[in-house]
Structures are given as C-alpha cells and as structure tokens.
Design a binder for this molecule. Structure first.
Ligand code: S3P
Length: 423
C-alpha cells in the first residue's frame, strides 16, 4: 500500500471499541448468569478469536449490527470443546483463557498463529501451577498449551512483570479457587478486569498495589458499553500533533488512568491535547482534541511504561518529529509483543532516515530532522503497521507499507478513516 504525505488532519472521528475491554466483556459475560448486551464491541480479529473460543465451549454469542449478545452459562457452565481452541494473534485471549481454563473440569488444548507460538506463556503457567493447576506447554513456555482438570486454591503472588494479562489470568483462576487470591503489582497495569468484576458483583479489593479477590458464588450479567480504544486513538493523536495545521477531535475515548500514559507523554513533549465531555461510567470516557504543535524530546521510563506499553511504537514516531533526544527505557516487554517492537521500530525508523539507537530496554531517538518516506515492513504487527502509516503521512515523499491488512487485528477501518480525513 502507498502512503502519501497528507495535509492537515481536521474534523471529528470515532475509533473502534477498546480491545482489552471487549475481550473481557465476552469472557465475563460468558461466565455470568444471564444475558450480557455489549455495545461498542471491537469487531477486530483478536476479539473475534475470543468469541470463537467461547462458542466452542458451548456459549451462545450473537452478533447484531450494534450489539454482541452473550448468553451467559454461569461460572460452571462451560462445555469441553470438541477441538483445540485457536486464539489467533491474541495474547489477551490466550493468557486470560489460561486462567479460566485452569478451573474447568475438562482437558483443553489451545494454540494460535506463529506470533502467538513465540510469546512467553511460562509467566502465566508458573502462578497457575502454584494455585494447583495442571498445565503443559511446548518447552514449558509456549503454545500449544494443554490444561487438565485440577482443584485450585488461592495464592498470594507478586507479579515479576507489570502485566495486566498475567494479573487477569491469576484473578480469573481465582474465581475457581478455594480461598482468597491476591496479586501484588510492581507498577499499575490496566485494571479493566477488576472494574468489570466489581460491576458483575465480585468482591475484589485494591489497596495500593495489592489486589485481593474473594471467590464468588456466581457473576451477575450486566450490560457493557465499551468505550473507544485509546490505543487506537493514539495513532491519530500523534498524527494530529505532528502534521502542521491539524485539529482533530476523537470522540468517546476510554481514559482509564491506567491507560493514559500516552496523553501524559505527548503533553510533556509539548502536544496540545484537550479533554471535553468527560463522563465517569464503569470506565471513564471523554472526547480528545489534538492540535498541531512543535514537539520536543522527553525521557520515558519507570512506572509510566505499563500505562503506555502499546503506544510506544507510535510515540517513537512522535519522537522522530520532535526536536532533541527522546529516551525510552524500562520497556523490555516490547520485545515479546506481537513482534519485537523495539527492533521493528528502530529498523523502520532508520529506513526513514531517523537517527535512532536500539538499547537493551528501549531506544534513543534523536529527532528533529524531517524523516523521508521509505518502503516499510510491518512484521505482521498491527500496531507497527499503523505507526508506520502515521510516519508516512508526516514524512517527506511517498512510502510503501507491506501487509497493511494486519491492522484488522485491532482496527479494521484504520485506512478508511485515514482516507476520509484526507478528503
Ligand atoms: C492487555 C495487556 C497488555 C497489552 C495488550 C493487552 C490486556 O499486555 O500490551 O495489548 O488486555 O490485558 P501485558 O499485560 O502482557 O503487558
């Protein structure tokens, strides 16, 4: 696909539903008593993988024009699937399902695409085994994973990485455990699981970095409105901030504080982003308006990293257009995402003439010289593809992007929205 540099981005857009919340809405809706109506659901490939897995376990899920309707089977109502579950490209589906499947009275195998087969699962297997789960994985760390029936008991577990997927897997297994389950986070990661648990009547307490869950009798279905995904909005926030003359409003974006690191960093870099129409529902939501401004380099590291982990590739693009040096550190987790996102961004930014160095836990971008267009590789990674598209829009001269269709994982309409804004 060709990407041409574009003029100012102006107008109003919406972005698709939050991926993390969409996954959880299907999972908890399936385990609840009663019917869950989900609006704003992300019809991306990852979330469709979650739907497919639950359908294979006997859950009726209907997709209409404006809703996903999940007929909950209750905590103990899942059925043994007749074949292995396929989780596609989705780390969230795979890891969160581990927690749920650990508590089931049947044996189940799960695997996904080549990228999923390279992603570490040992981090989830270890605490689940401490809870009594019986799990096997390739080389004790990778998919395919097989989970056997077992009795679970609560544990207190200090997470070695700030990972919401890991935290959620343990809490989901905690639904089936004897006694309390406690996780202690090294830094706050997205808390959508905890919020949704509370909405469904589960007793879960957060005190500082400690989260404790009491196993419930059952979950009560509630309707769920999924806000727009700030991780998808981030591509337009950066595009609006670096393309001269832009003024763009993104409506109905989820601004859960565990996800808004990208707003903090872009503002630190000098971006003009304002919030309006704030509503505090089960998840906080608002409209975001970004205006072009001159950016400057910043240091990004420490506890903010889990709050912007998925946005770092596009933040690296912002850094390329910012005056001065941007240092990204403490971001080793980027190496085990859908692709090695540090290596991918350093290689592709270099192709665009950006002066960037790879480090052990991030990168250093020396910004300011305008990047030029290039022929970019996406590494079959949706967020790399969209980050490079933003780079191409703001660069000098045309760019090419291989396999643009990979954006369907989280944002099927991404290129259509871009095209509409360019009109
Ligand atoms: C997610 C958590 C994050 C994030 C991923 C979605 C979730 O992963 O990168 O895109 O929905 O819990 P980790 O928890 O592994 O950091």
């Amino acid at each position: 696909m060709q990407i041409q540099p574009c003029g100012p981005l102006r107008g109003e857009i919406t972005v698709p539903g939050d991926k993390s919340i969409s996954h959880r809405a299907v999972m908890l809706g399936a385990l609840a008593n009663g019917t869950t109506h989900i609006t704003g659901f992300l019809m991306g490939e990852d979330c469709l993988s979650t739907i497919d897995c639950f359908r294979k376990m006997g859950v009726e899920i209907n997709i209409t024009d404006d809703e996903v309707i999940v007929e909950g089977v209750g905590l103990h109502g899942l059925e043994a699937p007749s074949e292995a579950l396929y989780t596609g490209n989705s780390g969230t589906t795979t890891r969160l399902l581990c927690g749920i499947l650990a508590g089931q009275p049947f044996t189940v195998t799960m695997s996904g695409d080549p990228s999923i087969q390279k992603r570490p699962m040992g981090r989830v297997m270890k605490p689940l085994r401490e809870m009594g789960a019986s799990i096997e994985g390739k080389n004790d760390n990778f998919c395919p994973l097989t989970l056997f029936p077992s009795e679970l008991h609560g544990i207190e577990y200090r997470l070695p990485v700030a990972s919401a997927q890991l935290k959620s897997a343990i809490l989901l297994a905690g639904l089936y455990a004897e006694g309390q389950t406690t996780v202690i986070e090294p830094a706050p990661s997205r808390d959508h699981t905890e919020r949704m648990f509370r909405a469904l009547g589960v007793e879960i307490e957060t005190s500082g970095s400690t989260i404790t869950l009491d196993p419930p009798e059952d979950l009560h279905a509630v309707d769920i409105a999924v806000p727009g995904d700030i991780s998808s909005a981030a591509f337009f926030l950066v595009a609006g901030a670096i393309i001269p003359g832009s003024e763009l409003t993104i409506k109905n974006v989820g601004v859960n504080p565990t996800r808004t690191g990208v707003l903090d960093v872009l503002r630190d870099m000098g971006a003009d982003i304002t919030e309006s129409n704030f509503r505090d529902e089960a998840e906080p939501v608002c409209d975001l308006t970004v205006k072009y401004s001159k950016l400057h380099g910043v240091e990004i590291g420490g506890a903010i990293i889990p709050r912007l982990i998925d946005e770092l590739p596009v933040i690296a693009v912002a850094a390329a257009f910012a005056e001065g040096e941007t240092v990204i550190r403490d971001a080793q987790e980027l190496k085990v995402k859908e692709s090695n996102r540090i290596a991918a961004m350093v290689t592709e930014l270099t192709k665009a003439g950006v002066d960037v160095e790879e480090t052990d836990d991030g990168m250093i971008v020396h910004g300011g010289a305008k990047p030029h267009g290039a022929s970019f590789e996406t590494y079959k990674d949706h967020r790399i593809a969209m980050s490079l598209a933003v780079l191409g829009l703001a660069a000098e001269g045309a760019s090419r992007i291989d396999k643009p269709e990979v954006v369907a994982i989280s944002y099927p309409d991404f290129f259509n929205t871009l095209e509409r804004l360019g009109d």
